[in-house]
Design a protein around this ligand. Structure first.
Ligand code: MEV
Length: 442
């Protein structure tokens, strides 16, 4: 009998993995097959599997996503093979095509604008704000002192706390203040370091206030609402660009010369600066590249994307993260994105493939990885806008999607080979592939 979906399960996390798997399988018509399928994705090496099981709660199997390589990525004169983990068929192809294209035109250029990360302690205090600001210098000293055991190591690596700002937000929420704290975390993403410091700050603030005998009983207390890093990192930013003379774009499209292509490309990017519908898709294309590298290197792609989309609204309006400049016969395409990544700590050394990815990249610093990931962002963005403004997106996209469609029709190897040949100069669509496979099978 199939398990009813509306029953609340208690103690699921306490079950053994096999028990969880069996329980889940009972929600299907064919539990035996489901167990076999899920188990077929287990790692053959028990120790490796255990590692994956321990990354997250309630793991019952692994979910595979392709791991691909974009070769020929020239950044500031150095050539990389960039690992990309992504399920969307055309992303690695688009990135690779852009990498090759720009390798013949000076490569990608990239520079770090800043690497500051931030966190906040949010708290309520009912006294007069000027009293708090008067105590701030001695409070800051106490705060810094209280986290010495946590910051000592980071300071040895050249990082630590950069600044503590007290912000009065009582005009928006009664009694609400925050410490806005900035950090340098060197090669680590720094989330655990930052959160530990902030939580300690919260405790220290409470103790500090309780000791201020000049204050009333009520004002010797505060409520720590929460202490957490912010994923908005507008001062942890990388700028990446490509540039070439307009005539070096002459052969991009058979109908447009270099200058006409550049102007059309510029218009397409300007549309993403003024129109939120287009901007969202345009920026999504950028994150196709950035997220793929983030995942391949064990970085938190949700944090990176969240920062990027918030950054895209910094003018008060959501806009394209990239822009075009055409001056002195030169086309320049620029991407500026916040990027909090790490190359030590977290999953970067625990996940065997993340570790391998970093090795393939030459064990980069976090600054270098910021450049590499943003390059894959601009590479994908360039390829997407180039296709959109010339032959359209579907031609290339559907060619790459061909294998997915063929798999949908359960095509054999021979059928796949024949289809690849046939669709070299034919339009790929779900129905055209379906018809072709049917004709082969007749
Ligand atoms: C698809 O994943 C991404 C694109 O839609 C990006 C774009 O339109 O710029 C092709």
């Amino acid at each position: 009998m199939r398990r009813k979906r509306d029953i609340i399960i208690s103690g699921f996390s306490k079950l053994l993995k096999e028990e969880k798997l069996k329980l889940v399988a009972e929600y299907f018509e064919n539990p035996g097959e489901v167990v076999s399928l899920l188990k077929s994705f287990w790692h053959s090496d028990v120790d490796q599997q255990k590692l994956f099981d321990e990354f997250s709660e309630n793991t019952i199997t692994n979910f595979y996503i392709p791991y691909g390589i974009a070769p020929n990525v020239v950044i500031n004169g150095k050539t990389y093979l960039v690992p990309m983990v992504i399920e969307e068929s055309s992303v690695v192809a688009a990135a690779s095509a852009a990498a090759k294209f720009w390798s013949e035109r000076g490569g990608f250029h990239s520079e770090i604008l800043d690497t500051k990360k931030v966190g906040q302690v949010h708290f309520s205090w009912s006294g007069e704000s000027h009293t708090l600001f008067t105590m701030l210098p001695s409070l800051k000293r106490r705060l810094i002192e209280s986290v010495r055991p946590i910051t000592a190591n980071m300071e040895k690596r050249g990082g630590g706390i950069l600044d503590i700002e007290l912000i009065d937000m009582t005009d928006q929420i009664a009694d609400y203040y925050q410490f806005l704290v900035s950090f340098e975390t060197k090669d680590s993403m720094g989330a655990n370091f930052i959160n530990s410091v902030l939580e300690e700050f919260g405790q220290t603030l409470k103790v500090f206030l309780s000791e201020q005998i000049q204050l009333s009983d009520e004002h010797r207390q505060c409520e720590i609402i929460m202490a957490i890093l912010s994923n908005y990192t507008p001062e942890c930013v990388v700028k990446t660009w490509v540039e070439c003379k307009l005539d070096q774009l002459d052969n991009v499209d058979e109908k447009l010369n270099g200058e006409a292509f550049a102007r059309k490309f510029e218009k397409a990017v300007k549309i993403a600066e003024v129109d939120v519908y287009r901007a969202t898709t345009h920026n999504k294309g950028i994150y196709n590249g950035i997220d793929s590298v983030a995942i391949a290197t064990g970085n938190d792609f949700r944090a990176i994307e969240a920062a990027g989309h918030a950054y895209a609204t910094r003018s008060g309006k959501y806009k394209s993260l990239s822009y075009v400049e055409i001056e002195n016969d030169t086309f320049r395409f620029i991407l500026e994105v916040p990027m909090a990544v790490g190359t030590v700590g977290g999953l970067t050394s625990l996940h065997p493939l993340a570790k391998q990815s970093l090795e393939l990249l030459g064990n980069p610093s976090a600054r270098e990885l910021m450049m590499i990931a943003s390059v894959m962002g601009i590479a994908n963005n360039f390829s997407a806008v180039k296709s959109l403004t010339t032959k359209g997106i579907q031609a290339g996209h559907m060619k790459m999607h061909l294998f997915n469609i063929l798999n949908h029709f359960k095509a054999s190897e021979n059928e796949k080979n024949a289809a690849v040949e046939h669709f070299k100069d034919q339009k790929v669509s779900f129905s055209s592939v379906g018809q072709y496979i049917a004709s082969l099978r007749k």
